[in-house]
Design a protein around this ligand. Structure first.
Ligand SMILES: NC(=O)c1ccc[n+]([C@@H]2O[C@H](COP(=O)([O-])OP(=O)(O)OC[C@H]3O[C@@H](n4cnc5c(N)ncnc54)[C@H](O)[C@@H]3O)[C@@H](O)[C@H]2O)c1
Length: 275
């Protein structure tokens, strides 16, 4: 009886057997969306390389996957660093011999008007969210080409498509990432490598929570007003996404039936960009 109950509680793979046995890298997987994606991929039977600069939480996610019977390794590394990005790809190949799915997810936010936006913050955000995906793509590409197959999923944003005040670096990086996605799709197609950019509106994660105070300061609003007017106001569906909702989309995009979604932005945005 007890084992029946346990069996019933075990989450079933959403994609059946479609992703079982594949190998996936998730950058920035210690927290928020990356964590949800890593856990979701592992539940589908994907061997996951968990990457982050946060060792403690990255290791915790890796442990949670293996404790639940999944396969995962933690690879510390800053995606914007050439050596670390190359080491991340090499770690996946050394351990699992192939890379089927690369999720470029690592990111961060900084809120300031252009005149107060420091060059250091600009370089940091562009480094992590644009140079990082370029480097991991660059180093994963030869392996995917040799396999004659590969899927690259870039974590864009509503702000890959539209803009927002006080987010010069974030909006520029996310628009640029959509450009990189398109080039990757064109260069990858002859080798059966495809790329797509997922574009969520606000998701309930530390990145979203941490920017409320900055938004309040520069918009002259209370924190409650920021949530109502800035984070959920522009969309017809007035709510934030949960990380698991975006992770489920990433699962679908990782399957072969989504292969023809390449070179494009895939919004999951509560209708934000419908206006
Ligand atoms: N939360 C949202 O509202 C939202 C909406 C759209 C898109 N996104 C995008 O989703 C991605 C994940 O964001 P999140 O909301 O889960 O944030 P988060 O802060 O919860 O997680 C981001 C993770 O990236 C890691 N990271 C930062 N710099 C890194 C680096 N140089 N190398 C490796 N890892 C690094 C952090 O340590 C952290 O674990 C980001 O690209 C973000 O732009 C978030």
């Amino acid at each position: 009886m007890a084992s029946d109950t346990l069996e019933m509680e075990k989450p079933r793979p959403l994609m059946g057997d479609q992703l079982k046995g594949r190998v996936g890298i998730v950058t920035g997987a210690a927290s928020g969306l990356g964590k949800a994606i890593a856990l979701a991929l592992a539940r589908e039977g994907v061997a996951v390389i968990v990457n982050d600069i946060d060792r403690e939480n990255g290791r915790r996610v890796t442990h949670d996957i293996t404790a639940a019977g999944g396969e995962a390794i933690f690879q510390f590394g800053d995606v914007s660093d050439v050596k670390d990005a190359r080491a991340l790809i090499n770690a996946a190949i050394d351990r699992f011999t192939r890379i089927d799915i690369l999720v470029n997810n690592a990111g961060l936010q900084h809120i300031a008007p252009i005149t107060e936006f420091t060059v250091e913050k600009w370089n940091l955000l562009l480094g992590v969210m644009l140079t990082g995906p370029f480097l991991t793509t660059k180093y994963a590409f030869p392996h995917m080409r040799a396999q004659r197959k590969g899927r690259i999923i870039n974590m864009g944003s509503t702000q890959s498509l539209v803009s927002a005040e006080f987010k010069a670096a974030y909006v520029s990086a996310k628009h640029g990432l959509l450009g990189l996605t398109k080039v990757t799709a064109l260069e990858g197609a002859p080798h059966n490598i495809t790329a797509v950019a997922v574009c969520p509106c606000f998701v309930r994660t530390p990145l979203a929570e941490k920017q409320i105070a900055g938004q309040a300061k520069f918009h002259g609003l209370t924190e409650q007003e920021v949530v109502e007017k800035i984070m959920t106001g522009p969309a017809p569906l007035k709510r934030m996404l949960e990380p698991e909702e975006v992770a489920a989309l990433v699962l679908y995009l990782s399957t072969d039936i989504a292969q023809c979604m390449t070179g494009s932005a895939v919004p999951i945005d509560c209708g934000w960009t419908a206006r």
